[in-house]
Design a protein around this ligand. Sequence first.
Ligand code: GTP
Ligand code: MG
Length: 337
Amino acid sequence: MTESVATQILARNKRAIARLITQIENKQPEAQAALSQLYPHTGQAHLVGITGAPGTGKSSLVGEIAKAYRRREKTVAILAVDPSSPFSGGAVLGDRIRMQDLTHDPGVYIRSMASRGGAGGLTWAVDDALKVLDAAGFNLILIETVGAGQNEVDIVKTAHTILVVEAPGLGDDIQAIKAGILEIADIFVVNKADSPNVERTVSVLQQMLGMSRGFGGQMLHHGKLMAVESPSPSAGARTSSWQIPVLKTVALQAEGIDAVVDTIDCHYQHLKTTGELVERNRTRLTDELQTVLQAELLRRLLAQLPSDYLAEMMTGLVNKNLTPYEAVQRILAETAG
Ligand SMILES: Nc1nc2c(ncn2[C@@H]2O[C@H](COP(=O)(O)OP(=O)(O)OP(=O)(O)O)[C@@H](O)[C@H]2O)c(=O)[nH]1
Ligand SMILES: [Mg+2]
């Protein structure tokens, strides 16, 4: 008797995981059956998003963070969402990070997913891939995306803890504001702290955080985690807020990584004690439900239309014979009942 896909994934079989994620990317219907079985086993993983401008050292940092968690006996999955690459299956990430020592570790799984652009298609596939990795029992899932566009910001938003990676000398004043990245950061990491101007980058970030918080932005510095509040759930936890730390690392030398890992853990603890974790999960599920519902309604509606109908509507729009609103009314009338 062959084991079911779900059983193999619950046993953290990497080949079964890889196969199912590929089926998800290709929208193969059998993937949904496996996901239904896996769903009750999800909800245990800490989802950590890592984003930032191209070349800031995200992949290098992800590799070092993964190694640090392995030393702490946690299992780690890495999902690299590449907005430009047509490849998938780990090729992209493998090129960038020298992680040979990690790929053979049964407690680490590494996967790239290519961003295909297009209406919400990617977020959907990433959400499902995360469920597979979560059900497989990885303690942490690190999601790397380039903070380039709205799609990538959406992906990283699904994480519990969001790291925004900066590097000195990349146009310090504007990088963080790009694509709404400042608003989504839980932790800032200034990587390449071996380069000149690192202090300037740190202080620019701190100033921006200070301005956005409006309270002088009391910041945490490298390694000083004691200052992070972790209120007891009973003591008016709702009023507490997370102070966004700015940490420095040299990913190439594995410097500053333990402080990053401590801060990630600290943030997760903060989310749990304040009840924010439950809230973030709820928001995620609400978004996901809406995305899936929209896609499914659209699919059903389009399937009901005569084959040339949409093309005719398009001709009408292009020739200014009808407005998009009128076209929608006609489509709905055509498919009604
Ligand atoms: N000097 C220095 N270079 C670093 C450091 N970390 C990474 N690099 C180098 O920066 C370059 C980019 O590193 P990656 O880890 O690929 O950066 P990334 O942000 O993942 O890049 P993309 O995925 O292309 O956006 C590589 O040449 C790294 O070797 C660091 O701490 N100091
Ligand atoms: Mg990278």
